[in-house]
Design a protein around this ligand. Structure first.
Ligand code: ZN
Length: 472
């Protein structure tokens, strides 16, 4: 039986159009899904939209439309971004849908009775983060993430007894039973846990939530804290509480992998794990945590006017160059920057003059002697590529492939096949064309359209075609 993999991508708040920062995580996830499928694994990849947040309610009020209409509009834009980026997710799970409500309520009711209790709460709440902060976490009384002024709120909420899971979580992460990559993020979570885990509020009054969200079971006055329901997407995307997919990919499969950004690591590595443990459900096995993207050295923000529209980029340069930039230029284990100048440099230097030129040279020589390559199915990933992808080093994996294109370029310059003709040329160019195909296969998780084009061009009778990457 094929190895199973359940891969998830975090679901964005759908209260504004997607920007280039969203594209990073999506392209990384797609690369992983394609890699596992190419290895013959049985992959299910879920993604979707986080629709029950108060942020969405406020954005809808600002636009003067009903909240459902707002989330419909932006959820569609995110799903369209999926198409534009050539993503292969299996489901786009929206948390305002009824089946998700049923799943979130089921998970709540499965949590141990002693883990959920009611109390009056007073706290500093940032609506933007949907998070309570302590006084010393604030910067000048403002949210450290948003810079918004934070208000103190008081109400009776349900609480989750996270403090019951302190030692459990610490051990789980320390022993890599829950593996967090990169290790710097693992250490960050461990130090957060060691600092002491406090119980957290998991509901809001219906008034404060403006009646939007998932009702708490058996309490008409409370809706779930958006994170409690949002995390359940990883189950409801599989049809939870019922469903064959849930059984197949969550219960009967150990390879449950979450891809998330560094800003939401607490929710995924601490809260979510404790919730699942309390409910007696299987836990994820791995969490890969990527960093953030700045644009021209600045934090992406509407007010700075530096929001890069990923649709524009794809339309102008094509989807694979955008994927290439994100996977190769942004350090997989850290933060990175998006700059148009750097984008053009990489495009012209490594794609057009590098890979594109190499493929065109070889195709021209091969077509001169009417070289024919038989179809081939049993390609293998280079060791450096698969080893790096197993630890989410997309950048290193691509560098290894570019090392090989560089080596092939040098080999061609040494063998000078353009000085040869007829059978001698055929003998020299045949193996070189074979290497081109290997390179194309190795590129398939990263640049799927380019890879398919090259493999197609180099199967059967090889022809010289239009350049892969026209120059800008
Ligand atoms: Zn905030």
């Amino acid at each position: 039986m094929a190895k199973r993999v359940y891969l998830t991508t975090a679901i964005p708040y759908v209260n504004a159009a997607p920007h280039v920062g969203h594209a990073l995580e999506l392209v990384q996830s797609d690369c992983l899904a394609r890699f596992h499928r190419a290895l013959g694994h049985d992959v299910f990849w879920s993604w979707g939209a986080d629709e029950n947040s108060l942020k969405n309610v406020q954005a809808a009020e600002a636009e003067g439309i009903p909240t459902q209409k707002l989330v419909d509009k932006y959820a569609k834009q995110f799903a369209d971004l999926g198409k534009a980026l050539n993503l292969t997710f299996d489901v786009f799970n929206r948390t305002s849908e009824k089946h998700h409500f049923a799943g979130a309520q089921k998970l709540w009711s499965l949590c141990k009775k002693e883990d959920i209790y009611k109390k009056i709460y007073r706290g500093l709440y940032c609506v933007g983060c949907e998070l309570f902060y302590t006084k010393d976490e604030l910067v000048d009384s403002k949210c450290p993430e948003h810079g918004d002024v934070i208000e103190e709120v008081e109400e009776e909420n349900y609480f989750f007894a996270l403090s019951n899971y302190q030692r459990y979580l610490e051990r789980l992460i320390l022993t890599d039973q829950l593996r967090i990559t990169p290790i710097s993020r693992k250490n960050e979570v461990l130090s957060f846990i060691k600092g002491g885990l406090e119980d957290f509020s998991i509901s809001r009054s219906v008034e404060r939530a403006r009646g939007w969200g998932v009702n708490v079971p058996d309490d008409p006055n409370q809706v779930m804290y958006v994170w409690f329901d949002a995390l359940t997407t990883y189950l409801t995307a599989l049809g939870y509480p019922g469903g064959d997919l849930y059984k197949k990919y969550w219960i009967d499969n150990p390879n449950r992998i979450h891809v998330i950004g560094k800003g939401i690591i607490r929710f995924h590595a601490v809260y979510w794990i404790a919730m699942l443990a309390s409910a007696g459900l299987p836990l994820p096995k791995e969490e890969f945590v990527h960093g953030y993207i700045t644009v021209e050295g600045q934090k992406i923000s509407k007010s700075l006017g530096n929001v890069i529209d990923p649709f524009d980029l794809v339309e102008k340069f094509g989807v694979d160059p955008v994927r290439y930039y994100l996977l190769r230029e942004i350090p997989a284990w850290g933060d990175g920057d998006f700059s148009i100048e750097r984008f053009r440099d990489l495009y012209n230097g490594e794609l057009a003059n590098g890979l594109g030129n190499l493929v065109a040279r070889v195709a021209r020589l091969a077509s001169d002697v009417e070289l024919t390559l038989p179809a081939k199915k049993n390609f293998k990933f280079k060791k450096e590529v698969s080893d790096n992808l197993k630890i989410y080093r997309f950048d290193q994996a691509l560098l290894a492939i570019w090392d090989e294109t560089g080596a092939l370029d040098r080999r061609i310059n040494e063998e000078k096949p353009w000085e040869l003709e007829g059978r001698t040329l055929k003998k020299v160019i045949g193996p070189i064309a074979g290497v081109i195909r290997e390179i194309a296969f190795n590129l398939s998780p990263f640049l799927p359209a380019t890879s398919a084009k090259i493999l197609d061009q180099f199967t059967g009778k090889i022809s010289a075609e239009k350049p892969l990457f026209p120059r800008f």
